[in-house]
Ligand binder design. Structure first.
Ligand code: ADE
Length: 246
């Protein structure tokens, strides 16, 4: 997969995009990460990419010309057709479902804003506008890294163990069940006996119950999308009214 990043701070990507899974995906040739600097598409001596907002107000706005030219250059390049995503707090919320959708694309272009955001005319060149959460970052770069990380781990061959992307938080509108590894006891805290039992049906039932309890406690909003049995709905109701402990 090709991921293009349009950013005036390409150096921010050096460490995070060369380490761990993303770095490995690049080494394996599963990710072709391409950085593009809008400053290369400026014409003034200072290579400026920001300017004062029309109508007044605080901060600076990202100029349209360098951004639009950089996006155009990405779209025009020979490789696969790119889906162009602008990162902005005003975009649609990034979700696991969106990560899955993006992971099936041949090419994803992530456009990072700085300052108070993009000129509205730049946004006309987006296929999607995406936010990674209800908070404001100083720029879209960290958001682009978050999206890249969440997407690339879903590309077949990137994770050693393909199942690990399926059986995890959000896969079924549920948070992930608790995980344990050795030792079986640490400072008096024991791993639940059922996980040591070797009884796979019991383990699966335990994990599903724990996932439902955790989701009901922490993210009850997710349960609207979960496929629950009547018995599981009763469990949710009991957690919500505080009568279910474990
Ligand atoms: N740029 C600034 N804040 C952002 C956010 N929350 N998501 C995506 N891009 C951003």
């Amino acid at each position: 997969m090709i991921i293009d990043i349009v950013t005036i701070f390409p150096e921010m990507f050096d460490g995070p995009m060369s380490t761990s899974m993303v770095g490995l995906a690049r080494e394996k040739g599963l990710l072709d990460l391409r950085l593009h600097d809008p400053r290369d598409h400026t014409e003034d001596r200072h290579r400026s990419t920001d300017d004062y907002p029309y109508g007044g107000g605080p901060g600076m706005v990202m100029k349209p010309e360098p951004v639009i030219r950089a996006v155009r250059a990405v779209r025009a390049s020979d490789a696969a057709p790119a889906t162009v995503v602008f990162l902005t707090p005003g975009g649609e919320p990034f979700t696991q479902r969106m990560a899955e959708e993006f992971s099936r694309l041949p090419r994803l272009a992530l456009v990072c804003g700085r300052y108070e955001g993009f000129d509205e005319r730049s946004l006309a060149h987006a296929d999607r506008e995406v936010s990674i959460g209800d908070f404001v970052l100083t720029g879209g770069e960290l958001a682009a890294m978050v999206v890249t990380d969440a997407v690339i781990r879903l590309v077949p061959g990137v994770l050693g163990h393909e199942g690990s992307a399926l059986d995890e938080s959000f896969a079924d509108s549920l948070l992930e069940y608790p995980q344990y590894t050795r030792p079986a006891e640490f400072e008096g805290a024991r791993v639940p006996d059922v996980l040591l039992s070797g009884d796979h049906a019991k383990i699966a039932a335990y994990r599903r119950r724990q996932a439902i309890i955790k989701t009901a406690r922490v993210r009850p909003d997710l349960l609207a999308g979960a496929d629950l049995t009547d018995e599981e709905r009763t469990l949710v109701a009991r957690v919500l009214e505080g009568s279910e402990d474990r």
